[in-house]
Design a protein around this ligand. Structure first.
Ligand SMILES: Cc1ncc(COP(=O)(O)O)c(C=O)c1O
Length: 286
């Protein structure tokens, strides 16, 4: 509850809302089946542990966009996995995928104060909407039909006010694959940045992993992560971005989310051929 002079109190976290439902379910036979939280249980790949163990003793402030090593290995990974060649200057590291998802809208709003809306899949990871709420923006859900964003259903007023459209393929929680080519084309047509959260690309169940970058980099941003394995170094996420230059600078340099300087070496381990953890990690309920 907000006190006197305080106008904002954060909405309940989704797990808190689930706690209420759990109580309700527990009065029934068998109680709830809790599929809500998965935490990785497999060990990080050996190559990563070896690199981390070297401990180069790096000191000083790291660059916020990620070391040249890190970005080059991320670039090579994207070429190998998706067949796209992203200029290394368009690749940047972020401190954590979640942190990036939760703060992107606020930064975009600084650049375009005349827009105030975040479009996101109605069935999705809660941080897309939370990022809008925390930045004082409008979070507008986009209907999802048969696993696809129903772009035609978006109201023209919402399109005109949109800072970003979030896409997530494969989707959390459904696993569905969306039409990234169609979404990129929609974003370009309406001049709305498409942020494609591809953190489960390595878990694609039908065919090979895909990226929106395969359909051109203009007006899109792809976000990748190694989060689904037991490698709790959030600095290893990467993204390739192609919005306007000043926005790129803002996202890369001004966020103040510096990362550990040694990140290049373990990243080489993760991005190295055959060692990316995706697709072979399990998770366990906690
Ligand atoms: C769709 C989606 N995007 C982003 C994230 C955040 O991942 P990270 O652990 O890399 O911050 C998650 C984590 O659950 C997720 O499900």
């Amino acid at each position: 509850m907000a006190g006197a002079g305080v106008s904002f109190s954060p909405p309940p976290y989704p797990y808190e809302r689930l706690d209420v439902l759990k109580k309700l379910a527990s009065v029934h036979d068998g109680g709830p089946i809790d599929c809500s939280i998965g935490t990785p249980i497999d060990p990080p790949p050996d190559a990563v542990l070896r690199e981390l163990a070297k401990g180069t003793g790096a000191r000083g402030y790291p660059t916020s966009q990620g070391s040249p090593d890190f970005r080059a290995s991320a670039q090579a990974w994207m070429e190998r996995r998706f067949g796209v060649v992203v200029p290394v200057n368009d690749v940047a590291a972020c401190i954590g995928t979640k942190e990036f998802v939760g703060t992107l809208a606020g930064y975009l709003h600084l650049r375009s104060p005349d827009r105030d809306t975040v479009l996101y899949p109605a069935i999705s990871y809660p941080t897309y909407a939370m990022g809008a709420t925390l930045a004082g923006l409008r979070a507008v859900p986009v209907a999802v039909r048969d696993g696809h964003l129903d772009l035609e259903s978006i109201h023209t007023d919402d399109i005109a006010r949109a800072l970003v459209l979030w896409a997530n393929s494969p989707s959390n929680p459904t696993g569905h694959l969306d039409d990234l080519e169609g979404i990129a084309a929609w974003g370009r047509r309406h001049e709305v940045l498409v942020a494609s959260d591809e953190c489960y690309a390595e878990f694609t169940w039908a065919g090979r992993p895909r990226s929106i970058l395969e359909h051109g980099s203009n007006g899109v941003l792809a976000l990748h992560s190694v989060q689904t394995c037991a490698l709790p170094i959030s600095a290893l996420e990467l993204k390739a971005i192609e919005p306007r230059r000043a926005t790129r600078r803002l996202l890369r340099r001004r966020r103040g989310f510096d990362r550990i300087p040694q990140v290049g070496a373990p990243a080489r381990g993760v991005h190295g051929a055959g060692t990316h953890p995706g697709g072979r990690c399990r998770s366990v309920r906690r």
